[in-house]
Design a protein around this ligand. Structure first.
Ligand code: MF3
Ligand code: CO
Ligand code: CO
Length: 255
């Protein structure tokens, strides 16, 4: 399927879906505490999305994914399956929320600290956040995908971290994952040019150690090969003529 350019009516629906996804992350924050299981966090998010937002949790049954959110802890990179794991002091966890409202998707994730993080955990979390922000900052019509990837990769590597290559950001709309692929590494001046009305995610996965990853036998959970910590943040972005609009950002929640 080619890249889709959203109409003003579709953009309004993307704004609604984006806001709902962001509100789930805000809602779940106070529940991320030592002693909670990732399965409990999944249940709380599921019930909020379905019963309060009257929306659909996009991950549930997506290519067979068995839960409504992804929870990726410590050296888990992405696509962690919520379950019996009990969060403990010092853990870092990415919670990734995607909702479908009125047929359109909003996709966002952030890192949470359980108790006090180690210096290294704080650092990889901060670097990954800065990487996402630097990628978002340059988004506007005419910029190329390689420019975004380069901005992210440069910042990660300047700070002694690495960029996961096997997973990337993506176009988003009526489909969860649309074209184009938004790589978090690359060369300036290469790749597709952004155009007004495109909606896409930027979601760099940044490792404190090497960039290599491995898939666990559950066929979903991605972990770092060297067991170094990994962190990820994600926003859904609208490309505009003069810049961009972050569709998954709540008012007052600065980047
Ligand atoms: N939300 C993830 C992303 O940012 C995708 C999760 S797919 C799932 O693209 F099946 F694992 F839920
Ligand atoms: Co995404
Ligand atoms: Co996501």
């Amino acid at each position: 399927m080619p890249v889709t350019i959203k109409s003003p009516e579709e953009i309004e629906k993307m704004r609604v879906a984006g806001r709902l996804a962001a509100e789930v992350l805000q809602m779940i924050g106070p529940h991320v505490q030592p002693g909670v299981t990732t399965g409990e966090l999944d249940r709380i998010c599921h019930d909020h999305i379905v019963n309060v937002q009257h929306a659909i949790p996009a991950p549930l049954n997506y290519h067979g994914f068995p839960r409504s959110i992804c929870t990726s802890v410590n050296h888990q990179v992405c696509h962690g399956i919520p379950g019996e794991r009990v969060l403990k002091k010092g853990d870092i966890v990415n919670i990734d929320i995607t909702v479908i409202k009125d047929q359109y998707h909003g996709d966002t994730s952030k890192m949470f600290f359980v108790g006090e993080p180690s210096i290294q955990a704080r650092r990889v979390t901060q670097v990954s956040h800065e990487c996402m922000c630097r990628g978002i900052a340059i988004v506007k019509a005419g910029v190329r995908l390689g420019d975004i990837g380069h901005a992210i990769q440069t910042h990660a590597e300047q700070n002694g971290c690495s960029v996961v290559r096997e997973y990337c950001g993506h176009g988003i709309g009526r489909q969860f994952h649309e074209e184009p692929q938004v790589l978090h590494f690359g060369q300036p001046g290469t790749g597709m040019e952004l155009a007004p009305g495109m909606t896409l995610t930027i979601e760099p996965m940044i490792n404190a150690g090497g960039r290599q990853v491995r898939l666990l036998p559950d066929d979903w959970t991605v972990v770092t090969r060297d067991h170094s910590l990994s962190a990820q943040w994600e926003h859904t972005i609208l490309v505009t003529e003069t810049g961009h609009e972050v569709l998954t950002q709540l008012p007052g929640d600065g980047l």
